[in-house]
Write a protein of this length. Structure first.
Lengths: 804, 217
């Protein structure tokens, strides 16, 4: 947006800005930023990527060319705006209407998301607005109708907001395929991408379009970021940052509006609960995360917009989007893990272009002090992390083929060419495309069983739905977000409060209490549609499990952590003392040797392996080493990976690491082992959903009744046994490997330490190991260890029931 | 394998989910749901891997080869629906014919497959034998003298964090786990199952070729 607070020199060179709009902007006392003018100058380029920091008027820059073109009237849909956040569409629509109404321009603006009432959606298809704001999923749905050509034929511009966030995942793949579709329907369409600061702007521009131009707005002033000074030091281990609550409340009182970010929803819930217990001054503080009911989130958002809240405890749900000029402090609780994410969150404070943002980090434990200092160093150095954009997923392509078939029969040649015009699919081979098409049409099985029931049929050279009625099922299951299944939570006879995971819901027993949206509720009943609860005054509620993405981060953060441990001078005194404790109790890990700590904890044996190889490599190490440990009869039960270390637990301890950490041995049988792991089964679940193999919704029935569901693990095992070459297995492998690294990185690590393994047997977790015990992202291993545990548990239960 | 008695009959639970009655040389399996993938393709338009008939028949062949039963009782929902039964391919029909050769074969009717099919064997609503009655869905009130074997619910129990298919064994009744490859399950502590099984009921859970015995909550 133009600048409401600062008073820049009025640029306002003529450009093509229509006179009424120019006058209106001038009347507000605003001016255009150079990058906004640049966007106007390049209005005719086929594609432009604008990278600007938060608050830099990006969105307005994206729309200015549209407003100019529309100022003299237009017939039909002109500009499509796509954002990953539903909430953003409504907000942007409001912000755009102000200048349009103020300048009296003849432009209609509407949003369309999953929350838009059906009569409005129907009307929009008959008479679309000039500017339509939507999400990837709603666009996919619109493009699946036969009238897509009529609606989108007039399209001139498309604006993709938060492109850096879209490009990280499969929603980006889908959006780029949908853009290719739109480009065919409207060859004159020009693309604008908007992105926050990112590690590789040129790659992101190519992702948008092979010939996209790039505009990079200057970064604002350096942010004011530091560790939050606290009265008590962080605990040795532990999560959540509760020790800092008095200091955080003091900061909230001192600032106008504070965002308090947490890395997980569960942590946000507990923190919010404890914060309220300590909030003696009754400061108005809200909570916002992705599992709260839409109404609850909207209430918090509008209270924020009105400035009636002093703080919001939140998660990634507030990473993107909404313009809240009043936020003047961001507090990040827990190590930020990703420097890019940290920079973006910091940008939420002071949503004004030329004011420095202010942020404070609150490490949850002593190890996180080291991680926070490493992240601060990286942010100061402008060292953003980020993964290379992977090639487009074939699972998303399968869904796209279904979308196209719903709209109209298509020729394979034409669709193949169109698909390859999408950045992530530029290198797709014809064979790969044919495999995806065959899967969609026939199931793609070695056993051709479905001649009679094929999904697509080839008629007169065009592929179309065999049964047009199947379009309804396909439309119900569009989208590439494959969260763990959730179920709504409602107050008895009252409002929805939010959602919990189905597995958590299934574990609830009468009388259990849990936290949701900062309220304590008592479980009453569970049916296929909802968990019913009543308010409760209990003091020790459970906290729902929310799986959801663990942030992966980079090798370079791991290196910075290693350097800080080796030379702890930049750390605060508490953390330095703690590093000394580690060296007294155990040993300081470094990059030249491989430290392995082995200790008992809660009846199992844990191994902490400090490789400093980055999270993906540490995960690969966990996968490989657990294989060898299973072979050795050590009965591993699971592993997890952090940036600097892997934790593996099981029933028995290692005695000599050298024969286990042998490169050839780790590599042998790797394929088979990986194929049987939870990593693959989890990936398959997502792939099966996206490709439509296991629809989430079947004819309006929620997919949780006994009759329709059985685990996708069964399908996975069946495919492995009967059809090992099947496309979905290949996609699953590629998917699982995204979170792992090449074996060569592990071989490198082993070569680096050259057999210098230090195996230490300790009687309890070392200072460095204790925080690892709380890390998320545990991967279970289904082997001998689980067999022994299950047998022991069965015996214990029978004894307790007096039945043995 | 695990032996137990029900109403005086000595029975054996097999790790495959089948029931063996040695004295009668009777093998009982429930809820095969043959043709499930075909029915899904026909009705919902989703094309599941078409291998569940082969997989389920392979299990059945292996149990029959190991025990050589004189009588096989399929306890209902043997087919995902009647059309799925009619739609079985020649190969599957041949395998069934070979399995039926030289032994009695009883199809008990289920809610998915309520009518007879041209697949050999006898089609019955219930079968009473040696103090036990075999039916698809457990009767809410059992006659005082009876022992009952049923299926239908696809029971499961949770053990060490995993959901496992299980036999549920009460004073007078036994509920079999689903034998078919593509079958889900219902946890034993859910309402309809909890109501059916009385006090001191046990679950015999199937896990990796073993049977683990646990009390029902």
């Amino acid at each position: 947006m133009p600048l409401p607070h600062s008073a820049p020199p009025p640029y306002l060179a003529a450009m093509n800005l229509p006179a009424p709009l120019k006058d209106w902007i001038a009347a507000q006392g605003w001016g255009l930023h150079p990058h906004q003018k640049e966007m106007l100058a390049r209005a005719d380029a086929p594609a432009t990527l604008l990278i600007a920091p938060t608050g830099g008027g990006k969105t307005m820059a994206g729309f200015l060319p549209s407003l100019c073109e529309l100022a003299h009237g237009y017939d039909g849909l002109h500009t499509l705006y796509i954002s990953p956040l539903k909430a953003l569409s409504a907000d942007i629509a409001r912000n755009l209407r102000a200048p349009v109404a103020g300048a009296g321009l003849p432009i209609t603006i509407e949003d369309r998301t999953g929350d838009t009432p059906s009569h409005i959606r129907a009307r929009q298809r008959v008479r679309p607005p000039h500017i339509l704001l939507t999400t990837p999923e709603s666009l996919a749905l619109m493009l699946s109708y036969p009238d897509a050509g009529r609606i989108f034929g007039s399209l001139r511009r498309v604006v993709l907001d938060e492109l850096h966030a879209l490009a990280e995942n499969k929603r980006g793949d889908q959006v780029m395929l949908l853009l290719a579709r739109l480009q065919s329907l409207a060859p004159q369409m020009r693309r604008v991408g908007l992105s926050a600061t990112t590690h590789d702007p040129a790659a992101l521009a190519r992702y948008l379009h092979p010939e996209a131009g790039l505009i990079i707005a200057p970064a604002g002033p350096a942010p004011d970021i530091a560790l939050l000074a606290t009265r008590a030091p962080p605990p040795w281990a532990g999560g959540g940052g509760h020790y800092a609550i008095p200091d955080i409340l003091a900061e909230v009182a001192r600032h106008q509006t504070t965002l308090i970010f947490h890395n997980t929803r569960a942590q946000a819930e507990i923190f919010f609960h404890k914060l309220w217990l300590a909030n003696a001054d009754n400061l108005p503080i809200g909570i916002h995360h992705g599992s709260l009911a839409l109404d609850a989130r909207k209430r918090v958002e509008s209270a924020m917009a009105e400035g009636s809240l002093r703080a919001v405890v939140c998660t990634a749900s507030l990473d993107l989007g909404l313009d809240w000029g009043a936020v003047d402090l961001v507090i990040q609780v827990g190590a930020p893990r990703s420097v890019g994410r940290l920079v973006q969150r910091i940008g939420r404070a002071n949503h004004r272009y030329n004011a420095p943002s202010k942020a404070r980090l609150v490490p949850a434990n002593r190890f996180e002090i080291i991680e926070c200092v490493a992240a601060l160093q990286a942010a100061a150095a402008g060292d953003l992390d980020g993964a290379a954009q992977p090639e487009g997923g074939l699972d998303v392509l399968c869904q796209h083929i279904l979308i196209c078939a719903c709209a109209a029969p298509f020729a394979a040649d034409t669709l193949y060419d169109e698909v390859r015009s999408a950045g992530p699919y530029a290198t797709l081979t014809r064979a790969g495309f044919e495999q995806a098409l065959d899967f969609v049409a026939t199931g793609g099985y070695a056993l051709r069983a479905y001649d009679q029931w094929q999904r697509l049929m080839l008629r007169q050279g065009l592929w179309g739905l065999r049964d047009p009625r199947s379009a309804a099922l396909i439309r119900q299951n569009l989208g590439t977000i494959t969260d763990t299944p959730r179920i709504p939570v409602r107050l008895k006879g009252g409002a929805g409060l939010g959602e919990v995971e189905e597995s958590f819901a299934a574990s609830l027993r009468a009388g259990d209490t849990f936290l949701i949206g900062g309220q304590i509720v008592r479980f009453q009943s569970l049916d296929e549609r909802a968990v019913t609860v009543a308010r409760s005054a209990a003091q020790t509620p459970r906290v729902p499990v929310y799986s959801g993405g663990k942030f992966s981060s980079s090798l370079q953060l791991a290196r910075r952590i290693a350097n800080l441990i080796a030379a702890p001078a930049p750390l605060p005194p508490d953390a330095r003392d703690w590093v000394l404790q580690q060296s007294d109790i155990s040993r300081l890990p470094n990059m030249q040797r491989l430290l392995i700590e082995c200790f008992p904890h809660e009846g199992q044996i844990f191994h902490a392996i400090y490789g400093f190889a980055g999270q993906n490599a540490q995960a690969t190490l966990g996968l490989l080493l657990s294989k060898v440990m299973e072979e050795e009869g050590l009965a591993p039960l699971g592993y997890l990976a952090a940036d600097h270390a892997t934790l593996i637990w099981g029933l028995r301890a290692m005695t000599d690491p050298a024969p286990l950490l042998d490169s050839a041995r780790l590599h042998a049988g790797l394929e088979d082992w990986l194929a049987g792991t939870a990593v693959m089964k989890r990936a398959f679940r997502g792939v099966a959903t996206i490709t439509g193999l296991t629809p989430r919704n079947i004819q309006g029935l929620r997919k949780s009744g006994r009759a329709v569901t059985f685990s996708t693990d069964i399908l996975y095992d069946t495919l492995r046994k009967y059809d090992a070459g099947h496309l979905l297995l290949a996609i699953t492998r590629a998917e699982a490997e995204r979170g792992l690294v090449d074996f060569s990185r592990i071989a490198e690590l082993l070569a680096r330490v050259e057999g210098r393994f230090d195996l230490l047997h300790l009687d309890r977790p070392s200072p460095f190991a204790a925080p690892l015990l709380l890390e998320r992202g545990r991967v279970p291993i289904m082997g001998q260890g689980r067999d022994e545990l299950a047998e022991a548990e069965a015996r214990a239960l029978m004894r307790a029931a007096g039945l043995d | 394998m695990m032996d137990f008695s029900l109403n005086g009959a000595r029975l054996t639970a097999l790790p495959s989910g089948a029931l063996w009655w040695g004295e009668m040389r009777l093998l009982c399996v429930s809820d095969l749901h043959l043709g499930k993938s075909e029915r899904m393709a026909r009705r919902a338009g989703t094309l599941l891997p078409p291998y569940e008939v082969a997989e389920t028949l392979t299990r059945l062949e292996s149990d029959i080869a190991a025990h050589n039963p004189a009588k096989v009782v399929c306890l209902g929902d043997s087919f995902d629906d009647l059309m799925a039964g009619q739609g079985l391919d020649q190969g599957a029909r041949m395998r069934l014919t070979v399995l039926q050769a030289g032994r009695e074969w009883v199809w008990i009717e289920g809610n998915h497959d309520a009518g007879p099919l041209d697949l050999g064997g006898v089609h019955l609503a219930e079968l009473a034998l040696g103090g036990l009655v075999f039916r698809h869905i457990a009767a809410p009130n059992l006659a005082a003298s009876g022992g009952e074997i049923s299926g239908h619910y696809h029971p499961k129990v949770r053990l060490a964090g995993q959901g496992l298919p299980a036999f549920l064994l009460g004073q007078a009744r036994l509920i079999l786990p689903a034998y078919g490859a593509y079958t889900g399950g219902m946890l034993a502590d859910r309402a309809p199952l909890q109501g059916l099984m009385g006090p001191r009921a046990r679950a015999l859970a199937l896990r990796g070729g073993k049977i683990l015995q646990v009390p029902l909550p």
